[in-house]
Design a protein around this ligand. Structure first.
Ligand code: AMP
Ligand code: MG
Length: 496
């Protein structure tokens, strides 16, 4: 660890932005997972560093000498209702690590004890949600989705009181930034425009430097945030991922998936799928995610309005134009991504609307048949342009063969306009259609073994499989399969 140096440029923003506080020590920390490749990319020398020292750092029992830890202040709209005071209630920001290429990564402990923003919470995390976040965020990374990363997980040797007593744990997360839409709302709602400007300048400097050169940097910044978010949510949709709690405090201004709570990957396809136990109205259902993205970005726009133009009407008009560009960007990302999944490219003979209709028809048939989302696209990526007996694997996912056969006929007709050979197309499709996703029932099994038997073998096995989600791994077929009726997970929980 001799090279490890934390910086903390966030501190320079001033005391309104945070509360300095140290992690609370835990009784008996044990390192259960350490992401060596990620650590190495951060210049953290894990091979020559004493394991006990690493365990102390990643449990919060030791604070590195260069570190000035703090909890960040933020607000947020939770299920549509504004809460002026949220903030890091169970997370502590350790600072940033500057890399040789000039980029910076932010480090945070989650589950590291109470802060000024804990309200009635204990500031702790249970082992289950820590393992969930570790697996899901690293799976997302391997699926090429922008995300916070998991650097380490430690059990605390202490119990946390939830619906029952559960083993406690701490996760160390890495992000390009932990600034959320709610961070801007926090100051905007107080009428503190100077702090909104400071925060925007900070984000532009660190995460959107190219926008600093623009004629109107704040508009360019907002537009870039909007574009990243459109891309991100389109990716979620293309993988059947449901974030589950897209409150404005859980939306990163850096465009990464953040705050893995009751999130889940769908097994069988349902447009309106919800897993989160607290999302009773389906506000954050699968199909709602693009619209909720727009809703959240509108809250960000409101917070930034005074920076767009002095005249409120002009500022609103400018913001609306950019919000419109979100819808356009999302639509084109959606189309491009689902075309890729189905082995199609944009061709002049077919309109975007016709391709969109073809792709939506597949999703509708999947929904009618409760076909597994991941396997449908994976099996599709193995089919030839001609009907062969390879079709049977795909057909087995559908109870009504006539609808899917009709669709395959249209798809094959459409394929005739493509230039690529079967092999080339199948290869390209298999780069975007995973064999393996972190399925809910497997995560539950991992958590149960760890929680009840202190057995982390299932965790490490699932983690290994998810490292190469696009590669068929002989002997690991069971990880690609949907749950049996007894294994189906109907609900997921925040575990807060
Ligand atoms: P979430 O939507 O789960 O990201 O959390 C919403 C807010 O509740 C954030 O301000 C968290 O810091 C806070 N929170 C969640 N769980 C706890 C906890 N166990 N202790 C203190 N604060 C918490
Ligand atoms: Mg949160």
């Amino acid at each position: 660890m001799k090279n490890l140096r934390f910086k903390n440029s966030y501190l320079l923003l001033g005391e309104a932005f945070y509360h300095k506080c140290k992690p609370s020590p835990v009784a008996e920390p044990e390192l259960i997972a350490l992401n060596r490749p990620l650590a190495t990319s951060l210049d953290i020398d894990v091979e020559t560093t004493d394991q006990a020292f690493l365990t102390d750092i990643f449990s919060g029992n030791k604070v590195h000498q260069s570190c000035q830890p703090l909890a960040m202040a933020y607000a947020g709209h939770q299920f549509g209702n504004f809460n002026p005071q949220l903030g890091d209630g169970r997370a502590i920001y350790l600072g940033e690590i500057e890399l040789a290429d000039g980029s910076t990564s932010d480090l945070q402990l989650k589950g590291s004890g109470p802060t000024r923003y804990s309200r009635n919470g204990d500031g702790r995390a249970a082992l289950g949600p820590v393992l969930r976040e570790y697996l899901l965020s690293e799976a997302m990374f391997c699926l090429n989705v922008p995300t916070t990363r998991a650097l380490a997980a430690v059990t605390t040797g202490e119990q946390v009181a939830r619906e029952r007593y559960l083993p406690g744990a701490v996760i160390t997360r890495v992000a390009s930034s932990f600034i959320r839409v709610g961070s801007f709302e926090y100051f905007a709602r107080q009428g503190d425009q100077l702090s909104v400007k400071k925060l925007a300048d900070y984000m532009i400097g660190r995460n959107y430097p190219q926008t600093a050169e623009a004629e109107r940097p704040y508009l360019a910044f907002f537009e870039a945030v909007v574009l990243r978010q459109a891309r991100l949510i389109a990716k979620w949709m293309q993988l059947g991922f449901i974030h589950g709690v897209m409150n404005t405090d859980n939306m990163s201004v850096a465009g990464e998936t953040i705050d893995y709570g009751p999130c889940a990957f769908m097994d069988y396809f349902n447009h309106r799928q919800v897993y989160s136990s607290i999302d009773r109205q389906g506000r954050y259902a699968y199909t709602m995610q693009p619209d909720i993205g727009l809703w959240n970005l509108s809250r960000l726009a409101e917070s930034l309005l005074p920076l767009f133009a002095a005249e409120p009407e002009t500022a609103v008009k400018l913001a609306q134009d950019i919000l419109q560009s979100y819808l356009n960007a999302y639509a084109s990302e959606w189309l491009a991504g689902f075309r890729d999944k189905c082995g199609l490219t944009a061709v002049s003979a077919v309109t975007a609307a016709d391709d969109k209709a073809l792709l939506e028809a597949l999703l509708d048939i999947m929904a009618d048949n409760k076909a597994d989302f991941t396997l449908t696209f994976y099996y599709l990526s193995k089919l030839d342009a001609d009907v062969t007996d390879k079709d049977s694997a795909l057909l087995s996912l559908f109870s009504d063969h006539s609808a899917i056969n009709g669709w395959l006929q249209n798809w094959r007709q459409r394929l005739m306009l493509e230039k690529h050979s079967d092999r080339e197309r199948q290869c390209a499709m298999q780069q975007v259609n995973p064999v393996y996703i972190p399925r809910n029932h497997q995560i539950e099994a991992v958590i149960k073994a760890a929680q009840d038997n202190n057995d982390f073998t299932p965790f490490h096995s699932l983690y290994e499989v998810l490292q190469k989600p696009f590669e068929y791994q002989p002997g690991r077929e069971q990880y690609s399969q949907p749950p049996s009726p007894q294994q189906v997970v109907l609900q997921t929980f925040c575990g807060t």
